[in-house]
Design a protein around this ligand. Structure first.
Ligand SMILES: [Zn+2]
Length: 324
């Protein structure tokens, strides 16, 4: 496998990114195209194939050295049948994407949930290389997760495991996009923070965020939260402290369920505000007396950032080769 190369694809709601990656996790070339909006599956497939075609046309390595194409999908995937079961934000539900691409490119193609791949990327090429049992938690616009047990991804009976953002933390908490109340995502994702800042403003609390978004007070991106923290905005600090405590509480529960060697935190919110949030999250995890006499469980920020899914897509082939 030493001279093997892989194509990693990260299918997102706004862009479809691709990279040519060596077996050692080095990115040789990368490209991206915009995701078509409200498009039919055939159009989305055309864009994904376009990204792969572009990488192949660069001819950085001989075609026969490319041993696989790994694809990260924002949804539930039937990895065995190489089929997408459901993707809420992009029109690929029900599509046997793996088979379609294999017929077109004659290269082995594997599909997996994108956040699962992000966690796998960190395990094989990032911050969790030495750990066999890893939990990935990625608070961004929503909150995704990934579970690695014994160096293998755990995706459950139907490919839907690891949706850690939808664990219930408050029985009568706010409504989540999934239809339940009090999910981690409804409490501590970027959209939950946005909702709470809007509410604080309605209640008359002062915040610099209104000025930072130039009174376009709708979406509040993670970068704006970072800037507000930098300017010592009290409302932002209060809300992010509370959210960090909720994420910490989720990490404590995850530790009780999985006893991982490491919890990796990534995603846009952590990338932007991790320096403020991580110490609070770590304190929550360290204060769990149940684990007093057991080795500590490090809570660590992702190392690969935006490349985690692409590199995880290449790492998928390591799992296939390691499998008995
Ligand atoms: Zn939910």
């Amino acid at each position: 496998m030493k001279d093997a190369y892989f194509i990693g694809i990260d299918v997102g709601g706004t862009k479809i990114a691709g990279a040519l990656i060596s077996a050692q996790g080095r990115i040789l070339t990368r490209t991206k195209l915009s995701s078509p909006k409200n498009a039919h599956s055939s159009q989305v497939i055309r864009v994904i194939a376009g990204v792969i075609q572009e990488i192949l046309e660069e001819k950085r390595v001989p075609r026969k050295a490319i041993k696989g194409i790994g694809i990260g999908i924002p949804g539930v995937v039937d990895a065995t049948r190489k089929k997408i079961i459901t993707t809420p934000n992009i029109g690929l539900s029900g599509v046997a994407l793996g088979r379609i691409l294999e017929r077109r490119f004659h290269i082995k193609t594997l599909l997996e949930n994108d956040v699962n791949l992000g966690t796998l990327g960190e395990k094989y090429f990032g911050v969790a290389k030495k750990a066999r049992h890893v939990i990935g938690l990625f608070p961004g616009t929503g909150i995704g997760g990934g579970i690695i047990i014994n160096n293998q991804l755990f995706s459950g009976a139907h490919g839907a495991a690891g949706e850690l953002g939808h664990m219930t933390l408050r029985l009568n908490g706010p409504l989540c996009g999934c239809g339940h109340h009090g999910c981690l995502e409804a409490l501590a994702s970027r959209w939950a923070i946005e909702r709470d800042i809007h509410k604080a403003v309605r209640e008359g609390q002062k915040t610099i965020i209104k000025k930072l978004v130039k009174n376009k007070f709708g979406v509040i991106k993670s970068g704006v939260l970072k800037e507000a923290l930098k300017r010592n905005d009290r409302t932002t600090k209060r809300i992010l402290t509370e959210k960090s405590m909720v994420i910490g509480q989720a990490c404590v529960s995850l530790r009780h369920i999985f006893d991982p060697e490491m919890i990796v935190l990534g995603g846009g919110l952590i990338e932007a505000c991790g320096y403020f949030m991580l110490p609070i999250i770590k304190r929550s995890v360290a204060s769990d007396r149940f684990f007093n006499k057991i080795e500590p469980c490090p809570v660590v920020a992702s190392k690969l950032a935006d490349d985690a899914v692409l590199l995880g897509a290449a790492a998928l082939f390591k799992l296939v080769n390691a499998a008995p």
